[in-house]
Design a protein around this ligand. Sequence first.
Ligand SMILES: [Fe+2]
Ligand SMILES: [Fe+2]
Length: 294
Amino acid sequence: MPRQHITSRKIAEHVQRLGELYPPIPLDSVDRTISRPHLVAERYGHVIDYLARVELEVDRNVLELLVLLPDVDDTNKTFYADVWHPQEIQHGLILDRLQQDLGRAPATPQLDVSFRIKVLGTLAGLKPIQDIARLLYFLTGASTERQAVLAYNRINNGMKRLGETAISETIIKPIKQQEPGHFAFYQMSATAMIQDKILRPWQLFLARVLRERTYHLVGTNARDTYKADLGAVIADLGVDADLEGFAREVGRVESRLLWAHRHGLDFPPYILTALRECVDLYRERLSRRLAVTT
Ligand SMILES: [Fe+2]
Ligand SMILES: [Fe+2]
């Protein structure tokens, strides 16, 4: 637990600062020079496809937020309406154009709110349930934004290695600069809820059970095909060499906030399980394809 107390004022100031520091990236600020499109597509095509889709799904994320948390406060409203959504949608549009510049198909984001979220939304009409949903929403935000930060760092290094300076300097770097602020918002918001003891023990217990049962990695939308796609991204970015290290990075916030009583727990096991499932589904897909072609 950090020593500094996180007040709602501090969170509001953070949101205001993000809005001032990082206006949405204009499409025409991008230098569309690609030195070796075939090579970039071969190495990172799938990764760009995946990220473009996930960034464009921010439209659905906002709808989910409104279903789950109908009573969000002004700071949350300002964050998603004035900062987060406008920034993420530009990330999506810029990456979607890049993937098409690389000769790949445009992204097909999934924009329907799932049945599961709608059911949860009905329950969230009850205040004690809404507080649980709010904590889970912040934890999900922290986890997915952290995954984004780690992925963009790796892609940026890859683009630099390939000598694709325009992609690195005018696409990945500006996007990469905006993700840590999102992470910080969710991290601060979740921490404040725990520090202020908003949840009673039974609510925290339920939050842990739900988190374990419903945890999903960024953009997998509870579908095996997306999980296999993410497995491909994990392999392309070399994350599979140290899945535990990645789980530790991604799970740090929830280890501290939800599982502090389990001493010595490096990261919640469900994160590593989810990562392994993606890698396994990707490998199965590869071997099925090999079986067809041989
Ligand atoms: Fe983003
Ligand atoms: Fe983000």
